[in-house]
Write a protein that binds this ligand. Structure first.
Ligand code: FES
Length: 89
């Protein structure tokens, strides 16, 4: 399955395949997505989900409040639907 991800505020759209993390898909599309460790440790790839559903193989270290606010570790997250993500607070 292929899902589409829209990144705000720029409004960049790209596709993510099954089994690909959001970060992998962005980098494959030559999108400059902030990242460093790619293993869920540095938090450089944190962004916030405005719409859609993500899943993880390993749940990241997010508090319940942070999850409610929609924070996503893009290097660990898989898209379960089309997503809208933002780098704005
Ligand atoms: S790139 Fe380090 S936590 Fe995602």
């Amino acid at each position: 399955m292929i899902n589409t991800i829209v990144l705000l505020p720029q409004g960049i759209a790209f596709e993510v395949q099954d089994g690909q993390t959001i970060l992998e898909a962005a980098l494959n599309n030559n999108i400059r997505f902030p990242h460093r460790c790619q293993v869920g440790a540095c938090a450089a790839c944190l962004c916030r989900k405005l719409e859609g559903t993500v899943s993880y193989h390993l749940e990241p270290m997010l508090t319940e409040k942070e999850q409610q606010q929609g924070w996503v570790f893009a290097c660990q997250a898989y898209a379960e639907s089309n997503l809208v993500l933002t780098f704005e607070e």
